[in-house]
Design a protein around this ligand. Sequence first.
Ligand code: ZN
Length: 393
Amino acid sequence: IIVFTGNFVMALTSDQINRYSRHLLLPEVGVEGQEKICNAKVLLIGTGGLGSPLALYLAAAGVGTLGLIDFDVVDFSNLQRQVAHGESTVGKLKVDSAKERIADLNSSIDVRTYNLRLSSENVMDIFKDYDIIIDGTDNFPTRYLASDACVLLNKPYIYGCILRFEGQASVFDSRVGPCYRCLYPEPPPPGLVPSCAEGGVLGILPGIVGLIQANEAIKIILEQGETLIGRLLLFDALGMNFREMKLKKDKNCPICGENPTIKELIDYEEFCGILPVEESPEDDEMEIGVEQVKQMLDNKHAFRLVDVREPSEYDICNIGGAMLIPLGDIEAKDPSKLNGLKPDEEIVLHCKAGVRSMKAAKALQEMGFKNLKSMRGGINEWSEKIDSSVPLY
Ligand code: ZN
C-alpha cells in the first residue's frame, strides 16, 4: 500500500500491514496514522511499574523508536508489577531486560537504552532526540527536572504517578497548556509523601496508570481525540472511580509564565530539599549495631525492643520479642499510646532501615525518656547479618 500525503510517499511493508491490521481498520489511525506511529520517537523515564506497560504496549503498537532510561537492576520484588521483566532477568540491568522483552514482542522497534540516572547534565542531550517524553519515575527531583527540560525544549511531557491504590495522570505541554510547575509550584517537604517502597502499591495500579499514559502518547502521535492537556485525571482503584481536575496555566509560573525566572536547569535535589545525609555525632551516639542487639537478646539483658514500623510490616516479618508501637503513635507524644513504656527503661528502637527508629528515639527523648538506642540498618540489616530467615522486603 502506498499513500500519498503531500510530498511524502510512505509505505508499509506487508508484514507491517499484517501486524497492525487492527489499527489500519480504524479510520482514526489508518495507514497514515500507523506510519506516524512507526516514525514516532518516544522516551520513557524509568522501566519499572509505569515504564513496563508503557514499553510493552507502545512497542506492540509500533512506536518506531523507544528510549529507555533506568539505572537500576531487576529485583525479585519488582515482579509483582514490573511486567516487562521476568524471573530469568532478575539481577540484570532493567534497560537490558526490557530491551530483550521488546525485541521478542516487536523486533522492528529501535530500542535505545540509557543506563544512567537522569540529571541536569545529561537530560537535554537525551531529550532532544525524542518527540514525546513519558515520566514513569517515582521521585520529585526527576519530575521537576523532566518537566522543566520539556518546557525549555518545547516537548510534551506525559505525567503519571501512583501510590497504594491511587494514581494520577496528565499531559503537560507549555506551548498550549500548563506545565507540572503550574500544578505543583513547590515540591512537598522531603519525607511527607511516601514512596511505593515505603507505602506499598497495588501491583495492578501502575498497569492502569501506565496504559493511560501510553494512550495519551498514541493520541498525541495521531493528533486524534482529546488529550489530558489542561486536565489532571485522578484514579481510585478501591472505589473504582475516575475524577478530573481542570488545570490552568499559571501566569506567574517561574518557567512557563509571562515573566519566567527559570531560564535554565537548576539543582533539583536541592530544590526538593534532598540534602546529602550528614549524620550528627549525636545520632552516632544514639545508634546501636545489630550484632550488639543480638548479644543483648542472647544474654537475656533486661531491655525493651520496640518495633516502630506499621502493623502491615510487622506481619511480613518481625524480630521475636519486639513490641510494636508505630512511629505515628510515638510522635503523637501521648503516653497512653506507648504500651506501658517507662522513661527510665533501657529501650532499643528499630524499623525497616534505621531512619524511622531514629525519629522515634528523638521523639521519646523529648518526652523525657533517657536510655534510648536506635538499631542501625533496621530489620533489613538484621536479616542480612543476623537471621536470614527474616525476609527482606
Ligand atoms: Zn508552568
